[in-house]
Design a protein around this ligand. Structure first.
Ligand code: B12
Length: 237
């Protein structure tokens, strides 16, 4: 059961344009697999020790649909927010924070994107909030939109009842087209290998393209980061 305050928050997120929303506790995030590997070699030394605001007790996770038919939402460029989808999510998060602060007397504050800058593990948060589960492609898979979502979050200085996790289990019995689709074979060892994935991201950066009619009808240079493991997922397609 979601608390009354929690359901009001989720209903408001829905009204303001979130595709999905849910609540997780900071305590559960501190017990999550990502928290455990943070600061540790071989990949995550750069994150250092994680410090989140000490009054934050819960996180509100917001998801926005990134359907394959709207690839431009995901194109990265030098503009505030970097992608059109992330700009929408930042606006949504900021409108939600304002509403929660004013209407519910709960202190809500924006979470930065990057973990090393004080951000949170958005996939773990979303899984703990019951939006979906972490799939074989190492992405959050939701029943409604598969992995084709982008995430943002707010810290809430209130102990709200979590909305997850969920028993959804889409990868069971799947023959993993996501893993076969990877151009770098980043799953060749049976789990996600970050350096291989990073090689693909670096290639995508070198191959940035100019798009006509980008922001304000002007041409702009964009990076189309690889989404192969995401777009190959059959869930909700
Ligand atoms: C750094 C980063 C990258 C780096 C490194 C990726 C990585 N996996 O470490 C690079 C640039 C390579 C990258 C690539 C991609 N990324 Co990225 N990335 C991030 C970022 C900023 C941090 C991720 C991170 O370091 N997490 C912490 C580490 C420790 O987690 P992890 O290695 O991914 O895996 C942990 C979890 O899976 C967890 N876990 C496993 N099982 C379970 C079960 C439960 C119950 C729980 C709670 C947790 C859990 O344990 C693992 C660690 O042991 C997040 C945004 C954010 N603030 O979270 C976006 C994010 C994860 N990326 C995203 C996306 C979409 C991508 C790409 C598809 C590229 C693209 N076009 O955007 C690829 C996909 C790669 C992949 N298959 O994982 C989305 C994911 C959306 C989704 N549906 O899941 C995010 C959330 C950003 C967003 N805008 O919404 N990314």
């Amino acid at each position: 059961m979601v608390s009354n305050t929690g359901s009001k928050i989720i209903a408001k997120a829905d009204e303001l344009g979130a595709s999905l929303a849910g609540i997780a506790s900071i305590a559960s995030l501190k017990a999550s697999p990502s928290y455990d590997v943070c600061g540790k070699p071989p990949y995550y030394e750069g994150y250092g020790s994680i410090e989140w605001p000490k009054d934050a007790k819960s996180v509100l996770v917001l998801a926005l649909s990134h359907e394959a038919s709207k690839p431009e939402l995901d194109w990265w460029s030098h503009m505030p927010g970097a992608t059109l989808g992330n700009r929408q999510l930042m606006n949504l998060a900021s409108n939600m924070a304002q509403w929660i602060n004013q209407e519910l007397d709960i202190n809500a504050h924006l979470v930065v994107y990057h973990i090393e800058a004080g951000g949170i593990f958005l996939k773990d948060s979303a899984a703990l909030a019951g939006l979906g589960v972490i799939g074989k492609n190492n992405l959050l898979i939701t029943p409604e939109l598969g992995p084709r979502v982008r995430l943002r979050a707010l810290f809430l200085d209130a102990d709200l009842e979590p909305t997850g996790p969920t028993a959804f289990n889409p990868c069971e019995g799947c023959d993993m087209p996501c893993r076969r689709a990877c151009p770098q074979e980043a799953f060749r060892d049976g789990s996600y290998n970050l350096p291989f994935c990073n090689e693909q991201m670096a290639k995508n950066e070198v191959n940035s393209v100019v798009v006509e009619n980008w922001v304000n009808d002007s041409p702009g240079r964009v990076i189309k980061y690889c989404r192969a493991c995401e777009l190959a997922c059959p869930v909700a397609r």
